[in-house]
Design a binder for this molecule. Sequence first.
Ligand code: SAM
Length: 258
Amino acid sequence: MSDDLFYDETHIAFLEEMWGEGFLSPGGPEELNRILDGLDLTGKTIVDIGCGTGGVAVRLARDYGAARVIGLDVEAPVCAHARRRADQAGVSDRVEIRQVEPGPMPLENGSVDIVFSKDSIVHIPDKETLSADAFRVLRSGGCFAASDWLISHDGDPSPEMADYIRKEDLGFGMASPGRYRKALEGAGFLNVALTNRNPWYKTIAPKELARLRGEDRARFESALGVDGVAHMADLWESMIRVLDSGEHCPHHFRAWKP
Ligand SMILES: C[S@@+](CC[C@H](N)C(=O)[O-])C[C@H]1O[C@@H](n2cnc3c(N)ncnc32)[C@H](O)[C@@H]1O
């Protein structure tokens, strides 16, 4: 396991200040609701890929009636937060958090009803292998429901996008909607649906930047320090540029195993 943490305690404190307790990605419980729109999770077994600090895993068990949630993540600090959160919410009998190595999920073939992920697959560059693994662990009739951060095309990132990716330190994990669709269909999924969330997030990100620079600056500085907040404000400016151009396009997607 690498000691080179991306989501260390400082980063966790900053992101939860920005996006809410238990959330390391935007939109909170409302966005979770939209990703899951129309799915009945009662009694279901769900795996949450990249569970972070556990806000989603706890809600799936407590609010959506899941029988069992397996949260997988590669970093120890977020797993520790997620376990504590599940304990405090009284759902640790139904929420199991496992720290894993990147790679195939440590789950039996056909053993889960829903594969879920919120804004974590961006860290997994090989969308084809990931799609095949999600297909493998799902039972027949199961669903892959997720959100992720995408780039709008398959070419080289524009200079503005390259600047944003460099500041965000996202590496080469971003892929296009076309690549996701091909990866999911290639794995055997049917009824693949992708929804572009750029129109939503591009209205939210400027408000986040305003919080960083204004009303909540002191709170962010207590997590990150003055220089850290200045870096984040610069990163947010770069992100807003590529949200405005449409090149950075978070998506929801859903796909069904026949
Ligand atoms: C942006 S955070 C999102 C966390 C959570 N889903 C949320 O929305 O709050 C991305 C998460 O993906 C995890 N991650 C990175 N690479 C991973 C991998 N190969 N497998 C599983 N999780 C991974 C990170 O450690 C981090 O917790």
